[in-house]
Design a protein around this ligand. Structure first.
Ligand code: PLP
Length: 411
């Protein structure tokens, strides 16, 4: 989408919406041409650590850690929290743990955290409106896997169906469709990122599709836009479709909407059939993680396994610890602070004469695209006309102020 800007800055390629989290965009080495060091380590005469790592290699790790830490204060486009300390969980890193492919299963030869996996699913399932006793799901490697598994559930129910998704949908959905060999049709979106229901109506109507599968965005990557779920269901009814499947991609908003006073319709109570949440974004974890959720009664016997084999056994612990440590009030306070930061950023940007806004209940502040140099310095994903910053829990007013100073200098 944004190729024309990709090499336009002296700092290297700009991140773009579509590849915002693609590691290839964030050039790691100063010299991208440098040869990777693939040689085995060899013991040096002195200075080895107990297990044989040479000082030279230890230094490489130190350097990289420092490089990452230096970037953090300027990462205003990062859709993940950095203010976490899962203290009691550190010790588990010394154990060779893995969760198996069914949180309800037990493989005696393994060290697992299935009981926490199940409690996380019960907790988030309840927040997402899944009745107790009818909950299915597991802790995933992140939002993408949840989308993948949700679409696989959809295909298991309706193997021949086409998947309709807005053109603002995260690329993991298109990727999943390709892997699953499902047919997909993009639907136009409005300028604010929400799906265009007229186009959905026209497209569905022209095809008289049996049991369409719809992906609803509960917070798009770029605008934080929440698709009108009641409107999608109304469209299906108006077209007299009598069977359908709705998968909701609630990557970030899935942890926000259950905690706010007046959430947009987003969950099982509002009519979705499966749901993916990238839990790591709001709570902050050392590695990405998420959940996929569905009604147990909707899954045919034998078709409810996880996508991957061995899964992270740490992820359920991080999520579980956050749930217990923060409680509902803690999450509410955390999110209220994010909204305050977002509104502060919007006010300040407006005062500078820039257009800036956010959707209701969204942590994504969308504003007029700054020059490439500023976008690069603050790691702001950019579209043709706009950029966004993420008002995540660790983001402070002073960071926003520093960005504003740069924008002021830009003039
Ligand atoms: C809307 C949306 N869906 C899915 C994803 C993928 O989540 P993850 O990176 O955890 O796989 C993202 C990531 O930014 C996203 O913004």
């Amino acid at each position: 989408m944004n190729e024309q800007h990709s090499n336009a800055t002296p700092f290297g390629p700009l991140p773009t919406w579509s590849d915002q989290l693609d590691p290839s965009v964030w050039t790691l080495a100063d010299d991208p041409e440098s040869e990777p060091d693939v040689a085995f380590g060899s013991k040096s005469p002195e200075g080895d650590s107990a297990d044989g790592l040479t000082d030279h290699h230890a230094l490489r790790l130190d350097d990289h850690f420092e490089w990452l830490s230096r970037r953090l204060p300027n990462l205003l486009g990062l859709a993940a929290s950095a203010d976490f300390d899962h203290g009691e969980i550190h010790r588990f890193e010394s154990l060779p743990m893995a969760n198996g492919d069914d949180p309800w299963g037990k493989i005696d030869s393994r060290l697992d955290t299935h009981e926490f996996d199940r409690e996380v699913i019960a907790w988030l399932g309840e927040l997402a409106g899944l009745p107790r006793g009818d909950q299915w799901g597991y802790v995933t490697s992140g939002g993408s896997e949840g989308n993948f598994r949700g679409l696989l559930l959809a295909r298991q129910r309706f193997p021949e169906s086409t998947v309709f998704y807005s053109d603002r949908t995260h690329r993991s959905v298109r990727h999943a469709l390709e892997c699953l060999r499902m047919q997909g049709l993009p639907i136009k979106s409005h300028a604010d990122g929400r799906i265009n229901l007229d186009h959905l109506y026209g497209t569905l109507g022209a095809r008289s599709e049996y049991a369409p599968i719809i992906v609803a965005n509960i917070g798009t990557t770029v605008h934080g836009a929440i698709d009108d779920l009641p409107g999608i269901l109304r469209t299906l009814r108006e077209l007299e479709v009598d069977q359908w499947y709705v998968h909701a991609d609630a990557a970030l908003a899935g942890m926000v909407l259950p905690m706010v006073d007046s959430p947009q319709p987003w969950n099982f109570e509002a009519g979705v059939d499966s749901l993916s949440i990238a839990v790591h974004k709001l709570i902050g974890t050392p590695q990405p993680c998420g959940v996929v959720l569905a009604r147990r009664s909707g899954i045919e016997p034998g078709k409810g396994s996880t996508l991957l084999g061995s899964r992270s056994a740490l992820a359920p612990l991080w999520i579980w610890r956050s749930m217990k440590a923060l409680g509902r009030e803690g999450f509410q306070r955390r999110i209220a602070k994010c909204f305050e930061t977002a509104d502060y950023a919007i006010d300040q940007l407006n005062e500078l004469g820039l257009r800036a806004w956010r959707h209701r209940n969204s942590l994504t502040v969308v504003f007029d695209r700054p020059c490439d140099e500023i976008a690069r310095r603050w790691h702001l994903p950019v579209d043709e006309k706009v950029a966004h910053l993420m008002a995540m829990p660790h983001v402070t007013r002073s960071q926003i102020d520093r960005l504003l100073q740069d924008l002021l200098m830009e003039g």
